[in-house]
Write a protein that binds this ligand. Structure first.
Ligand SMILES: N=CN[C@@H](CCC(=O)O)C(=O)O
Length: 323
């Protein structure tokens, strides 16, 4: 796993601001020095960063998803350690670093995404096989594929996934990128039931809509339909959840959240508290959570510091709800 940088306590403390009289999560989180120590760690949740935007650029999107990891980690580490969440529940494993390919034409970017897949899925598999729950901050949504593959190989069965997203990411499996992670997962038998919550009618093409309509293993609820009533989102999610296995993978593409910086930035979508409510009260056992497509700075110069704190809220909520 040559692309994986495993963190020591020094790296964690360098990002943690200490203050007399209080304790931050960074002072409490667990670390290891090699993957074979995963099993013996007392932490149940394993945090990992995939700061890349190669998959987004291979899908003709705007680069920048590589910028979310470090600020988000800093926001998490500087959360207060209290009885709500001490930090000991979390092992901060580290991050993958993937160099940009020398050539940046679409084919070269797609080939680089295949190399990313090959490095990510074995680590996800190892974390799950150690009895832990991976929490991954991307990166592009291309990483849904190695997440699902790693979980499926660890559990030795095709798995069910809930994706909260404006886009189905069911583009043709012909060259890897951020728009076809679920197509590859279905095609290669790693994904059984695929539920999508909050799709935008305006941003999924006819071929994708037909695919959803024809495949009984794919179910979707459109954001446009959620807007037609005042029923709480957690309630509107229930019909999707009841058709999924008791244990699922959870994908959250942050471009489903309004005004959160991403390649497909949107002024209309879930607000961050809708997503917090879903995480806090879904009632499902979640085998992994993947937060992707968020950016602190985009290639075109747009910036938002709020992305990091939004990610920190979702991750601390997730640990509180699942521990
Ligand atoms: N994962 C995102 N998929 C969207 C692309 C969004 C964008 O980068 O603009 C899609 O393929 O449509």
């Amino acid at each position: 796993m040559e692309g994986l940088n495993i963190y020591g306590k020094d790296e964690i403390m360098a990002l943690t601001s200490q203050r007399e009289g209080e304790t931050k999560l960074g002072e409490k989180v667990q670390v290891i020095s090699a993957l074979d120590q995963l099993k013996s760690s007392p932490a149940r949740f394993v945090l990992l960063g995939i700061p890349e935007d190669i998959g987004v650029r291979a899908n003709h999107g705007i680069g920048g998803t590589a910028t979310a990891w470090q600020p988000a980690l800093k926001a998490i580490l500087n959360t207060q350690s209290t009885s709500f969440l001490t930090g000991q529940e979390l092992l901060v494993l580290g991050h993958f670093s993937f160099p940009d390919p020398a050539e940046t034409d679409i084919k070269s970017l797609e080939d680089a995404v295949v190399q990313i897949d090959e490095q990510v899925y074995p680590v996800i598999r190892e974390i799950v096989e150690a009895g832990k729950v991976p929490i991954v901050i991307g990166g592009g949504h291309n990483n849904a594929y190695p997440m699902i593959k790693g979980l499926s190989l660890a559990l030795q069965q095709a798995v069910d996934v809930l994706n909260i997203d404006a886009h189905a990411d069911l583009r043709p499996p012909a060259g890897r990128h951020s728009g076809n992670g679920f197509s590859y997962a279905l095609k290669n038998g790693f994904l059984k039931n695929y539920a999508i919550f909050g799709l935008h009618q305006n941003y999924n093409n006819t071929a994708i809509l037909d695919l959803i309509a024809e495949n009984p293993n794919i179910q979707a609820i459109f954001f446009d339909d959620l807007l037609k009533n005042n029923i709480p989102v957690v309630e509107q999610l229930q019909p999707l959840l009841k058709n999924l296995a008791p244990e699922i993978g959870l994908e959250i593409d942050l471009d489903c959240v309004e005004n959160l910086l991403s390649s497909a930035f949107t002024p209309s979508g879930f607000n961050i508290n809708d997503v917090r409510r879903i995480i806090l009260s879904s009632g499902k056992k979640i085998a992994y959570m993947h937060l992707c497509e968020g950016a602190v700075m985009l290639q075109d110069g747009r910036q938002s510091a709020g992305t990091a704190k939004a990610i920190a809220y979702l991750i601390t909520d997730f640990i509180k709800a699942q521990k």
